[in-house]
Design a protein around this ligand. Structure first.
Ligand SMILES: [Zn+2]
Length: 167
C-alpha cells in the first residue's frame, strides 16, 4: 500500500525511519515498513485440463487467475490454500509442500501493493467445483488453449503450464 502520512494510532505526522526504508511515529515510536503480502494459489488438473478462475473483483476483474488467495496473519500456507479453494470452489484439495512450484513477487493493483504469490500443484479430493466468493466463473483449459487465456498475472500462466505438462 501507499505509505501512511499519519500514525494510524495517534494521528501524529509520520517521519521517515532512521534507515530510510519505512515510516516512524515520533510520538508512539512505532515504525511501518512496506512488505509483500503472501498469497497461495494452485493448479488443479483433471482429464488433461487445468482449472482457471475468472476474477469477480478488482484488481484485474474479468481476467483469469488460479484458485487461491491471501493468507491470514499467522495462517499455515497449505491450510490457507485449502481454505481459499473451499471458499471459491466448494471443493477439498490434497496438497503438500512437495507440490510447491514457485514463489513470485509482483505488483497487485495500482496502489503500490506487492504480493508474493506462492504456487502449488493440487488435486481435488471431493466435491464438484462451482464458482463462489470472488470467482465469477470457472474454465477448464488444455495446453493448446493456454496462450489464449487472458490471465491477470503471467506467473499464473507459468504455473498452469507446469501443471499441465507434468500431469
Ligand atoms: Zn503514533
Amino acid at each position: 500500500m501507499k505509505p501512511f502520512d499519519f500514525c494510524p494510532s495517534c494521528a501524529t505526522g509520520l517521519e521517515v525511519s532512521e534507515d530510510g526504508e519505512g515510516k516512524t511515529c515520533p510520538h508512539c515510536r512505532r515504525s511501518w515498513y512496506p512488505n509483500s503480502s503472501p498469497t497461495a494459489g494452485c493448479v488443479i488438473v483433471a482429464n488433461g485440463r487445468a482449472l482457471v478462475t475468472e476474477r469477480a473483483k478488482d484488481p484485474e476483474k474479468g481476467k483469469f487467475d488460479v484458485p487461491g488467495g491471501f493468507l491470514k496473519a499467522g495462517e499455515d500456507v497449505l491450510d490457507g490454500l485449502r481454505r481459499e479453494v473451499k471458499e471459491e470452489l466448494g471443493v477439498e484439495i490434497d496438497v503438500t509442500f512437495d507440490d510447491f512450484v514457485q514463489a513470485i513477487p509482483h505488483e497487485y493493483g495500482d496502489e503500490g501493493d506487492f504480493v508474493l504469490a506462492m504456487g502449488f500443484r493440487a488435486r481435488m479430493t471431493s466435491g464438484q467445483p462451482e464458482a463462489a466468493d470472488d470467482v465469477e466463473a470457472l474454465r477448464w483449459v488444455s495446453l493448446d488453449e493456454l496462450d489464449d487465456v487472458p490471465f491477470a498475472w503471467e506467473h499464473d500462466r507459468v504455473l498452469v503450464r507446469r501443471g499441465l505438462e507434468e500431469a
